[in-house]
Design a protein around this ligand. Structure first.
Ligand code: DAH
Length: 338
């Protein structure tokens, strides 16, 4: 290949024109391959130097060298221009307008039953109680017999209780949290101070005041010299914490097989007496069945429904609101808000 000064100047002019004509970095990449890289006319001219007559080599070397230097300079300049053009484009297209309104999604929150359970646990833990738990699938013996509930008690019919097949297994979905009393007494020796919140089941239809799955909280104290006065004082404190310091309590004689004497606890709330739960002194028969020394120890127990407690406290008139899990219901208890 022979070298020609005009050709080199022409190649350089063509390369510079192409570089300046490149509209973006992508186009410049191709221009680099065609006019700056190893296969470009100028690179080829450089390779051809070796074949040029020695006397002309130095001169052509200089011409090609300065052409390459100029080309590189033009290329670098265009590269810088196009890069900064790209950067400002990116800043423009990827700009985030922090003043635009956001799409609000509701946060999840605790169900009011959970809030109430936590409140009750906190209150009793503060009084030195422990939280005790038992299984929801319970033995018939712990749910009924150990609590002195006789075999012919109406609660023990299929109509009221979910018995689990095979029936010989003698398992029920616990109908109350009271079996946790028995489990605790069999498991621990006095003094016992426990609170047992949990899920309970009865064969009721869901309506405005009933639900087949509900919650109760059970309290049990076994210690020396425990009297009904301790029970009354505890329930009074419990009621005041949940319903407010204005609330009054009263005990009304009643009957439960596992307490003797037994009482209903009523609260005076919003101008009227309302039945809240059951309570009493733990029946000696129950203490004996659990191996508690009745000469030394006595105790009290109480149990109330948590749904009922919520309904009374907040004036909720329809059980569906509590069980359906509509977030708008939970929101009114101050949870789940943005
Ligand atoms: N277990 C009873 C029920 O479900 C409630 C109850 C009454 C619990 C008296 C007690 C108690 O601990 O002493 O109806």
């Amino acid at each position: 290949m022979s070298l020609d000064q005009n050709q080199i100047a022409q190649d350089l002019a063509q390369a510079i024109a192409s570089i300046n004509a490149a509209k973006d970095l992508e186009a410049l990449k191709q221009v680099k391959i065609d006019y700056v890289g190893d296969k470009s006319p100028l690179a080829k001219a450089n390779q051809a130097l070796a074949t040029v007559d020695k006397s002309l080599r130095a001169e052509f070397g200089k011409i090609i060298g300065s052409a390459k230097a100029e080309l590189n300079e033009v290329f670098e300049k265009r590269l810088k221009e196009l890069s900064s053009q790209r950067d400002s484009q990116v800043l423009l297209t990827e700009r985030v307008d922090v003043t635009l309104p956001v799409q609000k999604t509701l946060k999840g929150g605790l169900h009011p039953l959970t809030i109430l359970t936590n409140e009750i646990n906190d209150l009793f833990i503060g009084l030195g109680y422990k939280v005790a738990e038992g299984p929801e699938l319970e033995s018939e013996w712990l749910n009924f017999d150990a609590l002195n509930i006789p075999a012919d008690h109406p609660a023990r019919t299929m109509q009221d209780t979910f018995f689990i097949e095979p029936l010989e297994a003698k398992l029920v979905l616990r109908t109350h949290t009271s079996p946790v009393q028995i489990r605790t007494m069999l498991d621990q020796s006095p003094p016992i101070y426990v609170i047992c919140p949990g899920k309970t089941y009865r064969a009721d239809e869901l309506d405005a005041t009933h639900t087949p799955v509900f919650h109760q909280v059970e309290g049990l104290v076994i210690d020396e010299n425990i009297t009904m006065a301790d029970l009354k004082g505890t329930l009074d404190h419990f009621a005041k914490t949940i319903f407010g310091s204005e609330v009054k309590t009263r005990l009304r004689p009643s009957f439960f097989p596992f307490t003797e004497p037994s009482a209903e606890v009523d609260i005076f709330f919003n101008g009227r007496w309302i039945e809240w739960g059951g309570c009493g002194m733990v029946n000696e028969k129950v203490l004996v069945a659990c191996g508690v020394d009745t000469k030394k120890y006595s105790g009290f127990a109480f149990g109330m429904g948590l749904e009922r407690t919520l309904m009374v406290k907040y004036g909720i008139t329809d059980m569906h609101d509590i069980v359906e899990g509509d977030v708008r219901f939970s929101q009114s208890f101050g949870v789940g808000r943005q």
